[in-house]
Ligand binder design. Structure first.
Ligand SMILES: [Zn+2]
Length: 409
């Protein structure tokens, strides 16, 4: 019996910070959402009505807000997405109840909202610091005195629509309004990369989305005193057939279509760091997951390769098969070159490639940045395939990276 996404991600995170970092991923997605209209937990920039502002009060609301890492808008599926986190701390001595968050063009005076997050939507988007959504702490848009919460924001603009260069947040409570947290929308260069794997039927498991159960998006670990999301745009690439990632014995790694498939340099660059030699796990989910070595900060990623893409961006390939790494630190590689093979080392419940691009050469210590893949085909709801150029695949898309189909076992 296969585990499902919802079951895998329930609220069992048995390895504390380890689980917070890399966590479980799905065995298979029987009914992957390939809907072309799904915004994957993101809010449409649909120019909502402007809410009447409450009358000015004597003192400003003591609600601190900031966006620690500026977003970069990226295209996918007929939309351009803007994904970031808005951090709130309530400095009032009484609770603050957020009724609405409006996003306005910071460069326009008296701008009407471009998008608005209503209180009912904030339930799913606001997360108490130090908790997962599944902990049940997101059922209120209220901040107690002294409490900090993070709003996981994702705005979807229609392709071709104007995207302001800077956004300002207008937060309305019952009695007050406060504005701030101005944020740019094009912080990083969008790199155009080649595919990290070859062939067809690759499921972008836990790929970019703003869904509550996306463990890449919602984990918020602290490193060096900073809350960082290196995995903001990470994808667990799993090859899938008829909604399953394996055939035969689920406990045998060779049963998985992804296993032993080559991983490719996504661009010309220099290898920064590699790790090899960590043993692989027997596939297993939930209580059936027994890592081959204790999960620590050193072993979570398993065998890995970090590739310097230049201009301060780095590609990280995780959970590789031991003994298959073909590159060494310091070596220069060409885009498309095989770096290693997919395995199930580190915090991997089954063979897959965890791939992410960050702004740091050190695993986990960077902020995840979006990128584009130069061309691929995506499977639509009617099972036809559609070519995409220079987009970023999103959660649960089924992707064909090219005509070179790799023989499946
Ligand atoms: Zn992952």
């Amino acid at each position: 019996m296969m585990t499902t996404k919802s079951r895998t991600r329930g609220n069992s995170w048995p390895f504390g910070l380890g689980a917070l970092l890399w966590g479980a991923f799905a065995c298979a997605t029987p009914a992957a959402d390939q809907s072309q209209t799904s915004l994957r937990g993101c809010k449409a920039a649909d120019a909502p009505r402007a809410d009447p502002l409450p009358p000015a009060s004597g003192f400003p609301l003591q609600l601190a807000m900031r966006v620690p890492f500026e977003p970069t808008a990226f295209p996918s599926e007929g939309h351009v997405y803007l994904m970031y986190e808005l951090h709130f701390t309530n400095f009032e001595m009484t609770p603050v109840s957020v009724r609405r968050i409006e996003l306005v063009d910071a460069d326009k005076k008296d701008a009407r909202p471009i998008a608005a997050l209503e209180a009912s939507e904030l339930n799913a988007l606001m997360q108490v610091v130090g908790s997962w959504p599944s902990d049940g702490n997101t059922d209120s848009a209220e901040l107690r005195s002294g409490q900090s919460k993070v709003v996981f924001v994702c705005i979807a603009f229609k392709r071709g629509a104007h995207i302001p260069n800077n956004l300002r947040h207008r937060v309305l409570t019952g009695e007050s309004v406060v504005e701030g947290a101005v944020v740019g929308t094009h912080a990083n260069e969008l790199r155009v990369l080649g595919p990290p794997v070859r062939g067809a039927d690759w499921l972008a498991s836990d790929g970019p989305s703003n869904e509550e159960n996306n463990h890449h998006r919602r984990g918020l670990p602290i490193f060096g005193g900073r809350a960082l999301i290196s995995r903001r745009y990470a994808i667990d690439w799993q090859q899938s057939e008829n909604g399953s990632t394996f055939s035969g014995n689920a406990l045998e790694k060779h049963s998985y279509y992804s296993y032993d498939q080559p991983v490719l340099a996504v661009a010309d660059g220099r290898i920064v760091k590699v790790r090899d030699g960590l043993p692989e796990n027997v596939p297993g989910h939930d209580e059936g997951f027994h890592p081959a070595v204790p999960l620590t900060m050193k072993t979570l990623a398993g065998n890995f390769v970090t590739l310097d893409l230049g201009k301060g961006q780095f590609a990280h390939y995780l959970h590789l098969k031991p003994g298959t790494l073909r590159v060494k630190a310091g070596e220069r590689v060409r885009g498309g070159q095989t770096l290693a093979k997919i395995g199930s080392s580190g915090d991997a419940r089954e063979p897959h490639l965890h791939f992410e691009v960050t702004d740091s050469p050190i695993l986990m210590l960077g902020e995840g940045v979006p990128y584009l893949i130069d061309r691929y085909r995506v499977r639509l709801a009617d099972d036809s395939w559609e070519m995409r150029t220079r987009e970023l695949p999103m959660q649960d898309m089924l992707i064909d990276f090219g005509p070179t189909r790799v023989e499946k076992k």
